[in-house]
Design a protein around this ligand. Structure first.
Ligand code: ADP
Ligand code: MG
Length: 722
């Protein structure tokens, strides 16, 4: 007899028609393993069938009934103006009549239904109960048929108490999947066990083989639950074991320890700091300096609220690296930010950054900016400084690492606001030399704990929650202009008032240029023109966006930082990192087009000085709409983690992870990084415990294979791409 394994292709199991293989492939089902991992969406319980007497419209019902009449009616689809077919079944349920309706665009599908639902056929029909012209109706219900009158009763008796309903498509019906799964389970020779016995025992889990039987053919709800529990855990455990092994591997890589130097740069810098470090900055700083003193590379993620002062923490780490004889690279996501970082690092360091210059301090170093737009001569000079080691601190975009730029002794890489700095780049960095540099990744985008544990599972995490004292903060207000158009004028008045008081403002638009396909969308170029000619005509208005040349961007940013520009009309190029404490107003047009975490970042550009910031979220969304409610909820909190949580409930998980493939956006089949925090935490502990006993996974070949599979499939990357 044919035996199948998880990697057996489905055509070998089902044989047969090319069309059905294609239809299965569309559901992502290529192998027996895919099929058995395609779990039922829900189960219909025989004992829990609804009776029509007590059902309410809009609820989900499953009923047993007999088809009394089946008819097909052609009609014209109002939207597509195409011919379509409506199949109407009248089904007798407990002496009452229920209307079942299917809409089909293909005649042969409608005919197939008529054929299938011959009068007399008995089955379970389930779907959402609606009302149509005063009659109860199910639209596109799932159907499990037992045959016609005579043999139906017996068939029904033979049905399991719980009938699985699979996520299906028009071409592959749930009952076809049910038959295929049944066959696969009967022929299944072996099912890999990724959770070793000791771990299963400690966590009260069934075996994988048991779980796969129970998820597809449960005797009762408890079996469904125990099976589902196994699959979630198995998936989390595999991922966490992979990540734990990566952490261990990193620890065995050698790196240069960067040790303190008495009377060095860091001491000199700390002595001249114009402000006192917050407690968080001190603690995280110590942690990082401690990491730098180790002989294996630091891998640390620093999460800090917008404006919590991550830059100075990074700078202190960079100075320690220079004190320890190395160089530090600071990578920014954009040229604008790289330029700003270079400027502000030089400003913070003062004479300490003026090595070799008149007035430069004795133990000074140099801050070198290297971006794609440097003129050739300047670029050559920068490269020379980097190669000779004269540049202790090098700032640029991450082209800095790709452009085979030669460092004399790269000791630390700081990645700012770019948690997309993924596993490949991290691996590249580690492979760059036999002594890879220490790594610090910084982000203000709050990452929920579970995501941090999976996506950044190989990084140690530090948190900076406190914002320096003396920061006035931001008040956020939603401005609905569809109902109250006059409020927009009020926004421009507020800007005028703030500028009169010596402050500056941002006006942020989702687009650069007006788009004929979206005439209503606010665009930088047209808004800047309108404002300069109209409501803000007396003010110095300028613009900033991604299509400008790097020189123009730099000139505008500098002009704004120096106070030569009152109002900056811009795109999200200012989303992260821009630090102009004198700016107090942020007007965001079409605010509903942005994600909440993004809005939180953007509003963090104001209220950074001693004057309070004001953020106006302008939207045309009606006041009763979900978009408006989302904005209102976000305006009520200033806590980035709360905003991220709000974002989580309104966005799909895939967006959180930034992955784009539909379906398995997070890369997990059964586990939700949003909802299954408890499982992930447990699996992380279990993975560490198990690896302590069996570091090479000698006793767990199936687990080893699953990990190798995760690595080579590329799906392992999601774990860290973010
Ligand atoms: P972020 O964490 O968002 O990157 P920055 O590092 O840009 O924040 O810091 C924001 C501002 O706060 C900067 O102007 C910085 O000089 C200032 N700052 C940082 N730490 C402190 C502190 N302890 N006290 C006062 N101001 C600080
Ligand atoms: Mg920053």
């Amino acid at each position: 007899m044919l035996r199948v394994l998880p990697h057996t292709r489905l055509d070998q199991l089902a044989g047969g028609k090319k069309g059905s293989q294609e239809a299965l492939a569309k559901l992502g089902l290529h192998t027996v393993g895919d099929l058995l991992h395609h779990h039922p969406r829900r189960y219909i319980a025989k004992g829990e069938l609804s009776t029509l007497a007590d059902v309410e419209p809009d609820t989900h019902v499953s009923v047993v009934g007999r088809v009394v009449r089946a008819e097909v009616h052609p009609y014209q689809d109002r939207r597509t103006r195409q011919q379509a077919w409506r199949v109407e079944l009248v089904v007798a349920v407990e002496g009452e009549r229920l209307l079942l309706t299917f809409f089909d665009r293909r005649k042969h599908i409608a005919d197939w239904r008529i054929d299938r639902f011959q009068p007399g056929t008995v089955g379970i029909f389930s779907g959402k109960l609606g009302e149509f012209r005063g009659r109860l109706q199910l639209t596109h219900p799932d159907a499990t048929l037992f045959g016609t009158e005579g043999d139906a009763a017996m068939e029904f008796e033979l049905q399991p108490d719980l009938t699985p309903v699979y996520p299906a498509s028009a071409k592959v019906q749930t009952w076809q999947l049910r038959d295929l799964v049944k066959l696969a389970l009967e022929l299944l020779d072996d099912w890999p066990e990724v959770v070793p016995r000791s771990v299963r025992r400690a966590h009260g889990l069934v075996t994988g083989r048991q779980a796969v039987e129970w998820i597809h053919r449960p005797a009762d709800r408890t079996q469904v639950e125990r099976a589902a529990e196994y699959f979630k855990f198995a998936e989390a455990f595999t991922a966490q074991t992979l990540l734990a092994r990566r952490r261990v591997a990193l620890r065995s890589v050698a790196s240069t320890a960067r040790l303190p130097r008495a009377g060095g740069l860091l001491e000199a810098f700390d002595d001249q700091l114009p402000f006192e470090l917050t407690q968080g900055q001190r603690e995280v700083g110590e942690q990082i300096l401690d990491d730098l003193a180790q002989t294996h590379p630091m891998q640390r993620l620093l999460q800090g609220e917008v404006g919590s002062g991550k830059t100075v923490v990074a700078l202190r780490a960079m100075l320690r690296t220079v004190d320890g004889g190395g160089q530090a690279a600071l990578l920014a996501p954009t040229e604008v930010l790289a330029q700003q970082h270079a400027r502000s690092l030089r400003a913070m360091l003062g004479p300490l950054a003026e090595a070799g210059m008149l007035g430069g301090s004795d133990h000074a170093t140099r801050v070198t900016l290297l971006t794609g737009s440097l003129p050739t001569a300047a670029r050559r000079e920068a490269l020379l400084d980097i190669a000779s080691g004269a540049a202790g601190i090098v700032v640029g975009t991450h082209a800095l690492l790709q452009d085979n730029v030669d460092f004399a002794d790269l000791g630390l890489v700081v990645v700012d606001e770019q948690h997309r700095f993924g596993v490949e780049q991290r691996a590249e960095l580690t492979a760059k030399s036999d002594r890879p540099p220490h790594l610090l990744v910084m982000t203000a985008t709050p990452i929920p704990r579970t995501v941090a544990m999976t996506v950044f599972g190989d990084l140690e995490t530090s948190l900076l929650t406190e914002v320096p004292r003396g920061r006035a903060g931001v008040q956020t207000t939603v401005v609905p202009i569809s109902e109250r158009p006059g409020w927009l004028d009020r926004a421009w008045e507020r800007i005028t008032e703030e500028v009169a008081a010596g402050h500056q403002a941002f006006v942020l638009c989702p687009k650069i240029e007006a788009d004929p396909d979206d005439p209503a969308g606010a665009a930088v170029e047209s808004v800047a023109d309108l404002l300069a000619q109209g409501p803000l005509s007396g003010l110095r208005v300028d613009r900033l966006h991604g299509r400008q040349s790097p020189e123009v961007k730099d000139r505008v940013m500098r002009g704004f930082a120096d106070g030569d520009i009152d109002v900056l009309v811009c795109t999200t190029v200012v989303e992260v990192g821009v630090d102009v404490p004198n700016a107090t107003v942020m007007v965001i047009l079409d605010a509903d087009r942005f994600g909440l975490s993004q809005l939180h970042q953007i509003r963090g550009r104001v209220g950074r000085g001693s004057a309070p910031g004001l953020c106006l979220l302008v939207t045309r969304a009606p006041q009763a709409s979900p978009a408006f409610e989302r904005l209102t909820a976000m305006s009520a909190t200033s806590d980035g983690f709360a905003v991220a949580q709000l974002d989580l409930v309104t966005r799909r998980e895939g967006d959180v992870l930034g992955a784009s493939q539909a379906g398995s956006a997070s890369g997990f089949r059964h586990l939700s990084v949003v909802a299954d925090e408890e499982v992930i935490v447990r699996a992380r502990g279990a993975a560490a415990d198990y690896l302590a006993e069996d570091p090479a996974l000698d006793a767990a070949p199936d687990l080893m294979a699953a990990i190798a599979d995760l690595e080579t499939s590329g799906r392992g990357d999601y774990l860290e791409r973010g």
